[in-house]
Design a protein around this ligand. Structure first.
Ligand code: NAD
Length: 294
């Protein structure tokens, strides 16, 4: 089985390395040659275009920033659609708009190319460990056929519905993560302003009801003043934008998401778009004139 992998960034690089570890043969493509070179050193070959990559692949995986990037790679002038073999399968693991997944599914189906939308959660550490959570939309028989491939990068792979359902699930995930980081930032700023060590507050509450995976991943980063991504504010803005657009399309309301979106926009204006999303703490620090540190 030959897998084509497009997008070797923070996530795609370790994910593709885990596919090689699992015994799959890979052909890769990224805009940055140095990313491709790392995979070449492990035995992967490189293709010049998505079209050329698709011509050599049984399954094509995309791990790109947002809907337009995936649309270009799959449907663009030199896209996968122009080179894929009859009956090829595309697994898009990027976090994109559910509507875009549905539209691409319809276009690819005209050429007998199947698509699953299969975004992930867990960030770079879990991508490296191969313990991501994958949430998958699409045909159930196709999901079953691709399960082992996805499982070689993940500890959890769950089918959540028809095409687009994977990205709806991911939007729900991103809303919960954003609101958690904002709540943590608000609380640790309060503690600091009140003269209580935020480090001790974190240690005291992490085992109780306020404890969470988000708190354990992000509070130490804030306390260490380490805002190296991780998950960039720019990408989280993209996810919240997709969540708000989707909610408006279907008549759902996301008042808390809208508020956190404005905080992230303010941080981007302050030059922090490339910082980790734990830098939401900096928004509160600016308001209160304190620094949350050890
Ligand atoms: P990234 O910016 O680090 O990587 C994207 C890669 O895609 C880059 O290397 C870029 O060169 C390449 N690229 C862009 N367009 C391309 C094209 N048309 N052809 C070939 N290569 C192209 O982003 P990332 O952090 O790896 O995120 C990828 C996706 O995974 C995003 O949708 C993101 O929201 C999602 N995600 C990220 C994390 C995280 O913690 N970083 C966690 C879960 C999900």
């Amino acid at each position: 089985m030959k897998i084509g992998f497009i997008g070797l960034g923070i996530m795609g690089k370790p994910m593709s390395k885990n596919l090689i570890k699992a015994g799959y043969s890979l052909v890769v493509l990224d805009h940055h040659a140095e990313n491709e070179a790392e995979l070449n050193a492990l035995g992967a070959t490189t293709a010049e275009t998505p079209k050329a990559l698709a011509g050599q692949s049984d399954v094509i995986i995309t791990m790109l920033p947002n809907s337009p990037n995936v649309q270009e790679a799959l449907l663009g002038e030199n896209g996968v659609i122009h080179g894929a073999r009859h009956g090829a399968i595309v697994i898009d693991m990027s976090s994109i708009a559910p509507l875009a997944s549905r539209e691409m599914h319809a276009e690819l189906a005209k050429k007998n190319i199947a698509l699953l939308d299969a975004p992930v959660s867990g960030g770079e550490p879990k991508a490296i460990d191969g313990t991501l959570s994958v949430m998958v939309g699409g045909d159930k028989a196709l999901f079953d056929k691709c399960y082992d491939i996805m499982k070689s990068m993940a500890s959890s792979v769950v089918h959540t519905g028809e095409i687009g359902a994977g990205n709806v699930t991911k939007l729900a995930n991103q809303v919960i993560v954003a609101l958690n980081i904002a709540a943590m930032s608000e609380a640790l700023t309060l503690a600091t302003k009140a003269g209580v060590s935020p480090e001790l507050v974190y240690q005291a509450i992490r085992g109780g009801l306020a404890g969470s995976t988000v708190l354990d991943a992000k509070a130490p980063m804030v306390l260490d003043r380490n805002f190296k991504p991780g998950f960039r504010i720019d990408l989280h803005i993209k996810d919240l934008m997709n969540a708000l657009d989707t909610s408006h399309e279907i008549g759902a309301q996301l008042p808390l998401t809208a508020a956190v979106m404005e905080m992230m926009q303010a941080l981007r204006s302050d030059g922090l778009g490339k910082a980790d999303h734990s830098a939401l703490a900096c928004y509160y620090e600016k308001l209160t004139n304190v620094e949350v540190a050890r």
